[in-house]
Design a protein around this ligand. Sequence first.
Ligand code: NAD
Length: 420
Amino acid sequence: MLAQMEEAGNLLELTADAKVILENPERILFVSIPVRMDSGEIQVFEGYRVQHSTIRGPAKGGVRYSKDLNLEEVKALAAWMSIKTSVVNIPLGGGKGGVKVDTSHLSDAELERLTRGYVQAIAPIIGPRKDVPAPDMYTNQRIMGWMADEFSRLQGETTFGVVTGKPLEIGGSVGRDAATAQGGIYILERYLEKVGREVQTAVVQGFGNVGGHMARLLHEKGIRVLAVSDVGGGVFSEKGIDIPGAYCALKEHGTVSKMAGGKQISNEELLSLSCDLLVLAALENQVRSDNVDAVCAQMIMELANGPITPEADKILAKRRIPVIPDILANAGGVTVSYFELVQNESNLYWSLNKVHRRLKIIMNNALDEVLENQRLCEESSEKLKKKIASGEGYPVTLRQSAFVTALKRIERAMKFRGRI
Ligand code: NAD
């Protein structure tokens, strides 16, 4: 995170004052959560909430339940959220939280007591105008429902806007389930239009909330999805995968790889398929320095967070394979979360059409600005021009210009608030 910020900071000549502020989160809250287990004993869990920046608005970011959770990871993820909300220019900052727990060892009742305990512990620093958590790894709609309920009880008033990603019946937004993939589609379409490229074939890694919807949307747009995969492996068809059929296989066998009419392939094979677009929608660190040379896609979209390692990213840049980075490509999720907050606060709910219309405007504007900053960074850096001409350097990547776009906006907000 810090390296990416440094790199972009150099491109845009971020002031030292802004840099030093952004290198540190504004606030870290450590909490101990005592939970009465079903056995009758009390177990204490460790939790955190990190608010990286509230310069542009209330902090926003998920809560993850993971046994391997550590504070450094939560700090980095919180900073990424500040960047993401800024790239798409929604009036929110960045935060992240979590509890160190293996949820597979908890009963439903224990999970609920833990969630309520976490909310009680972090209640003083969260709220629709302070910090708005959301689902992340091993947290979901049901957990968000408990969080909204616990916070509302503590406040003595209905405060659905304290978290997003809630069920529709208690303040959720229509369109949130497919928002990340839908946002990715808007970004892709705008990018292709702007740079004059076409996509006829695609490969999608991951078939969960994000990857499944993305494969479906690509298929509906008439793009031939050559392969899809999940944790159980992948499936390939030269003619194109029948996406409704893949959903049936997932339901029936627990994995898309067992789908009839396709050839079973491994996830590694999937990453090396020739295609116009490779969508990474599973998990982090999938394209690394040890397998990046096998990638044959013409372009890549990161819908998962951090699916390409920094080393592999540089190699792809040298090979001039465009990568639409996570902070831009998957920001449709946080954007519709923002819409959810707006709807909760106004107590007026939107149609799916309105959600899509507004999402498209935000994603299109973000892509335009990132492309414009890419052009400006390249034009203004004499050093970079020389490096590219000598074959040593590579053009400014979309990741770098997305960071530049975000940091510029945060820095301006700091100036106008008189912080720097
Ligand atoms: P999910 O749990 O619904 O789906 C994950 C998918 O990845 C599943 O199909 C799983 O089988 C597959 N998978 C797991 N390990 C794999 C492996 N080794 N190889 C191939 N596939 C594998 O999660 P999701 O909500 O779809 O999120 C996916 C990614 O997108 C995560 O990185 C998440 O942080 C990111 N993301 C999600 C959202 C959102 O709105 N859900 C928003 C922004 C970013």
